[in-house]
Write a protein that binds this ligand. Structure first.
Ligand SMILES: C[S@@+](CC[C@H](N)C(=O)[O-])C[C@H]1O[C@@H](n2cnc3c(N)ncnc32)[C@H](O)[C@@H]1O
Length: 283
């Protein structure tokens, strides 16, 4: 059996936003003849439970931690106008096995489950969308798994609305305050931001020199500024992006993630961002 322990209060918040958006999205497109596709690129196994000892494991008895519906099950529950097909991608083979039960439970729902890396599968899925297809993609990684090339392939379809969980705290940890990342760390940031120019500006020349008396660069920008740079990067490829994300905080009130929204279809983007923006503000 796979371990589905992750998240906390923010997981519930993020999934509540997703559920409301999916409901509004399919209802808004109900009278049109589009084939509506839901793509969950970091699908998990269909359920989640708070990790042992977390505040959200409310009873205090870890063995009785409740099991909640994850994003794939939430998408399947959208009723007013259900999605016509569902694509679930999950890298972990055990989680994927559990996820495949959804396919068996609901054989007529048009569910496809892929075991593999979202960064490989998603660009292929994007290029296979037909002219009549419209889709919502949910990018819900644990941390920094989403590559910029994947995000770009979504934007290029002009058919997809996308919720992206930006791992603000994890990325800030990759960007030390006292020195600019180099080598493999810088390469990782390039993969996430789609190039050095998009993150390197957070570093400035320091008045202090290194212990070897060399010039030194330091990061003045806080983690919220890093998330804003990423949001602006989304604006460079999507038709429209929500002007700010929903900050998802841990029990110590530190922002762990930002839930960002971007719409790629030029015609539908304005209304999509209006709906998403209201949900970002809600609760
Ligand atoms: C935060 S969980 C997703 C939770 C799910 N959206 C839900 O609401 O239940 C992230 C999932 O992504 C999977 N994962 C990690 N890296 C991945 C990758 N490169 N491609 C696809 N899945 C990946 C993990 O195994 C994990 O199940």
């Amino acid at each position: 059996m796979s371990d589905t322990s992750f998240g906390g209060e923010w997981t519930r918040e993020k999934l509540q936003v997703l559920r409301c958006y999916l409901n509004s999205y399919t209802t808004a497109l109900k009278k049109q003849s589009f084939r509506l596709v839901y793509v969950d690129a970091f699908a998990g196994d269909g359920t989640w439970r708070p990790p042992p000892g977390s505040l959200y494991a409310s009873s205090g008895y870890d063995d009785f931690r409740e099991l909640y519906k994850g994003s794939p099950r939430i998408a399947l529950e959208i009723e007013d106008k259900p999605f016509d097909s569902f694509i679930f991608i999950e890298k972990d083979p055990h989680r994927c096995e559990t996820l495949k039960r959804l396919e068996l439970e609901s054989p007529k729902r048009g569910i496809e489950v892929h075991n593999g890396d979202a960064n490989e599968y998603l660009p292929r899925i994007c290029s296979n969308l037909r002219s009549n297809d419209r889709a919502v993609v949910f990018l819900d990684p644990f941390a920094t798994e989403v590559s910029w090339t994947t995000v770009e392939s979504i934007a290029n379809t002009r058919k997809i609305d996308c919720w992206i969980l930006f791992p603000q705290a994890a990325i800030a940890r990759m960007m030390p305050v006292g020195r600019e990342p180099t080598g493999p760390l810088a390469d990782q940031l390039d993969r996430i931001f789609g190039g050095r120019a998009y993150w390197q500006d957070t570093y400035e020349q320091s008045p202090q020199r290194s212990m070897f008396d060399e010039p030194r660069r330091e990061r003045k920008a806080g983690s919220d500024k890093i998330a804003e740079l990423y949001r602006q990067r989304l604006e460079s490829v999507f038709a429209k992006v929500a002007p700010y994300g929903r900050e998802l905080k841990n029990s110590r009130n530190s922002t762990m993630f930002q839930l960002l929204f971007a719409a790629s279809n030029p015609k539908g983007a304005k209304i999509a961002v209006r709906i998403a923006g209201r949900l970002i503000d809600k609760w």
